[in-house]
Design a protein around this ligand. Structure first.
Ligand code: SAM
Length: 277
């Protein structure tokens, strides 16, 4: 008998209308639905009149459950993996199951669908050409500040998930480590009634969060723009050399040569070179 596929099925992050027709079809047709919290998902499944058998797969039983689910798949019983909300495996369980399926040659079919990070980023107004998703920051302050220090030299947008009970402390750490110059966007309660984007400096976001207690409630995606290179700090003759070399060499190489000659940062020259005609 040939094995059945594992389906990865995203579910809404707030607005039930965001479920896709394909997600409903797959959830209605599989033999099993593995859910992070079966009681939580029961409401969603009931809403869409989906009657498949469910079993739990969460951080504390993923090893054992993955073994059991792989056996079911090898026996030809199809399985769909869902999480409490959004795309499974994105700061949610499922990695062990998917890697085990891959090892055993079981097909894994992922459906596209809701994901808070991508939803927030696409409406943030921050650069989206390159971004880094960091999931949740560490809970302890020192570790959190250390993690944030990496953003001091990162030119790309960074996306974090944050819990309501920590959002204010995290913003205070952002301000302590990165100052008030960076552009922050805090997306709250996406796809829900009180959806909001708060955009501005760390201080602007802190002011808004402390304006009233309700502002700190709900679900948050925190986005921080990349370091903006101060081109005025690059001497004119270095820029002129960069411009000349850029017409003859790949920009990366040209930036490296100029950086070496003038003892400047390669990345700063590379960024500056992107803006040259
Ligand atoms: N797998 C999910 C996804 O695809 O977005 C994320 C799961 S993670 C355990 C939960 C976190 O996602 C929340 O703490 C919050 O940071 C973010 N999140 C989920 N739903 C959200 C929403 N409607 N608005 C803002 N952030 C949300």
């Amino acid at each position: 008998m040939s094995s059945a596929p594992l389906y990865i099925v995203p579910t809404p992050i707030g607005n039930l209308q965001d479920i896709t027709q394909r997600a409903i079809d797959v959830l209605s047709s599989v033999a099993w639905i593995a859910a992070e919290d079966t009681r939580h998902s029961a409401k969603l499944l009931q809403h869409f009149c989906i009657q498949a058998k469910t079993l739990s797969l969460h951080d504390h039983n993923e090893d054992k459950r993955s073994q059991m689910l792989c056996q079911k798949l090898l026996d030809g019983e199809s399985v769909a993996l869902i999480s409490d909300a959004g795309t499974p495996l994105i700061s949610d369980p499922g990695y062990k199951l998917v890697s085990r399926c891959r090892e055993q040659g079981i097909d894994v079919i992922a459906l596209p669908g809701p994901c808070a990070a991508i939803t927030a980023l696409s409406a943030s107004g921050l650069a989206t050409d390159k971004f880094i998703f960091e999931g949740f920051l560490p809970v302890k302050m020192v570790a959190r500040q250390t993690a944030l220090e990496a953003l001091n030299s990162r030119p790309h947008t960074t996306v974090f998930y944050e819990a309501p009970r920590r959002v204010l402390d995290t913003m205070k750490d952002v301000q302590a480590v990165l100052g008030n110059e960076r552009h922050i966007v805090l997306a709250k309660e996406l796809t829900k009634t009180f959806e909001r984007y708060i955009s501005g400096s760390a201080q602007t976001v802190i002011d808004w969060l402390t304006e009233e207690p309700a502002h700190q409630k709900g679900e948050f995606v925190l986005m921080i723009d990349g370091v903006q290179i101060d081109q005025s700090a690059i001497p004119e003759d270095a820029m002129a050399l960069l411009k000349r070399l850029k017409s003859e060499l790949p920009l990366k190489k040209a930036a490296a040569v100029v950086a070496d000659h003038y003892q400047l940062k390669k990345n700063a020259l590379y960024q500056a070179g992107l803006g040259l005609e």
